[in-house]
Design a protein around this ligand. Structure first.
Ligand code: BGC
Length: 472
């Protein structure tokens, strides 16, 4: 099946996705350093700082809600082009902004691009990639996000001494955005979209190109038959069996954010300064370390998610996150020796990031692509992605206020408690989906098996339900 052309095409598709994920990471991460310099130029209240950090998230919420309809009406490729245009446009506005209002507008436009891209890029890959490597490519997206975050931290660090630093920090994002625009023009439209538009022969040509094989009739037929049932009505999501999985997706989006990940990703230098790091540059350097371990731990997740399974990694991650956040909270409570607080803050945030990256970081995006039945995947996925952005916004826009009102110790303890809550709920509701086909998952959902068992081989779930009926 795979030939040179196939590998080239798949390589191109993955690279494009990687650039969209990279921009997601870059544009969300860059603010952590930039905010320190924006506040030097403009007088900012706590609330204004929170708006600047979270304006991108308001845009992302809007983008993720609109993304399902946009990709259905205009096609994946066109929407990716629009995404790169929005990235370029938003970056220009933010980096040339004469005042805070224009920074906010620019960041909202960038956010819309991130929201649409965070949905469209994985969808585009999933539809173009051969079945055997689809899972790996989805997780590659998370790797690109973490690389984007790391790059933003490195840029934050290298621009630290420049006078107009925050403008340059934002402006660098133009480069990947232009690369994305150029890359997308080289890509074919998704075969699924072409079939939907009635352009069957074009779809056949595209599949032959992507698969490097003349006989693609079987795949074409299965796309056609899945499209017959594709017109999901909103109310179908409320059928009992489907609604349960939708709630699971919404819960995973919620949990990924209420553990407080982005208080570290967006505010790490601020936290390090609070913990006694002497200068902006030493705090930003410590943050670069956060970026590096985030990437490395994501590589670990990609290697082991399919071997160790989703549940063990999730549980280990949540326990590690709860513990490290409790230690961070204790460090701020104790207020003892300045050196001890500094190293406790750094050590515990590093452990927290490692634990997040090998569990919830990679898992959310993987599971929302796995758990929904094909016919409603688009709609359900955009709702789960929206949940993630909504909770991201809620946590990031309240963090500084919580620090002011409750203090660092109580604030981090609250996030630790959220991890414990997540651990308890996940034990009952998160399925193991390792090594099971999406069709089996769908089959189990439709038969109404409990959420935790939707990833089990069909024979096992049948045995369980027979056993339960006998007992009853
Ligand atoms: C999350 C982001 C987070 C990033 C950190 C992603 O999976 O959705 O909110 O900033 O991981 O690596």
């Amino acid at each position: 099946m795979s030939g040179t052309k196939n590998l080239f095409a798949i390589g191109l598709v993955s690279t494009i996705a990687a650039i969209a994920g990279l921009l997601f990471g870059f544009d969300t991460g860059i603010i952590s350093g930039a905010i320190l310099f924006i506040q030097k130029q403009f007088v900012l209240t706590t609330a204004m700082k929170e708006y600047i950090v979270s304006s991108v998230l308001i845009g992302a919420m809007m983008g993720s809600l609109a993304s399902g309809r946009l990709t259905d009406n205009y096609g994946r490729r066109k929407v990716m082009l629009i995404v790169s245009g929005l990235f370029i446009f938003g970056t220009l506005i933010a980096s040339l902004a004469p005042n805070v209002m224009w920074i906010l507008i620019g960041r909202i436009v960038i956010g819309i691009a991130i929201g649409i891209g965070s949905y469209t890029a994985p969808l585009y890959i999933a539809e173009a990639a051969p079945l055997e490597i689809r899972g790996g490519l989805v997780s590659l997206n998370q790797l690109a996000i973490t690389i984007g975050i790391m790059m933003s931290y490195l840029i934050n660090y290298s621009f630290v001494d420049s006078a107009a630093s925050w403008r340059l920090m934002f402006a660098i994002g133009i480069i990947p955005a232009v690369l994305l625009a150029i890359g997308v023009t080289m890509l074919p439209e998704s075969p699924r979209f072409l079939v939907k538009q009635g352009e069957k022969s074009k779809a056949r040509e595209t599949l032959q190109y992507l698969r490097n094989h003349p006989n693609v009739e079987h795949e074409l037929m299965s796309i056609e038959s899945s499209l017959h049932t594709k017109q999901t009505k909103f109310k179908e999501l409320f059928q009992k069996n489907i609604f349960k999985v939708l709630l699971l997706g919404i819960f995973l989006g919620f949990l990924q954010q209420v553990c407080g990940i982005n208080t570290i990703i967006y505010y790490a230098p601020t936290i390090f300064q609070m913990a006694g790091f002497p200068s902006a540059s030493s705090s930003i350097l410590a943050t670069v370390g956060i970026g590096v371990v985030n990437v490395l731990s994501t590589v670990f997740a990609i290697m082991y998610l399919d071997k160790l399974g989703r549940r063990p990694l999730l549980f280990a991650g949540l326990i590690g996150m709860a513990l490290s956040l409790s230690i961070l909270s204790f460090g701020f409570y104790y207020h003892g020796d300045a050196d001890i607080l500094r190293w406790t803050a750094m050590g515990s945030t590093f452990v927290f990031i490692i634990c997040f990256a090998f569990s919830l970081g990679a898992l959310l995006w993987l599971m929302v692509a796995e758990i929904f039945p094909l016919e409603m995947r688009g709609l359900a996925m955009s709702i789960a992605v929206f949940s993630c952005w909504f909770w991201n916004f809620t946590v990031s826009s309240t963090f500084l206020t919580l620090l002011d009102k409750l203090g660092a110790s109580t604030t981090f303890l609250m996030y630790a408690m959220m991890c414990v809550f997540g651990l308890i709920v996940s034990t009952f509701v998160v399925p193991e989906t390792k090594g099971v086909s999406l069709e089996t998952i769908e089959h189990n959902i439709r038969r109404g098996v409990p959420l935790r068992e939707i990833g089990m081989p069909v024979e096992n779930t049948m045995a369980i339900s027979l056993h339960e009926n006998n007992i009853a």
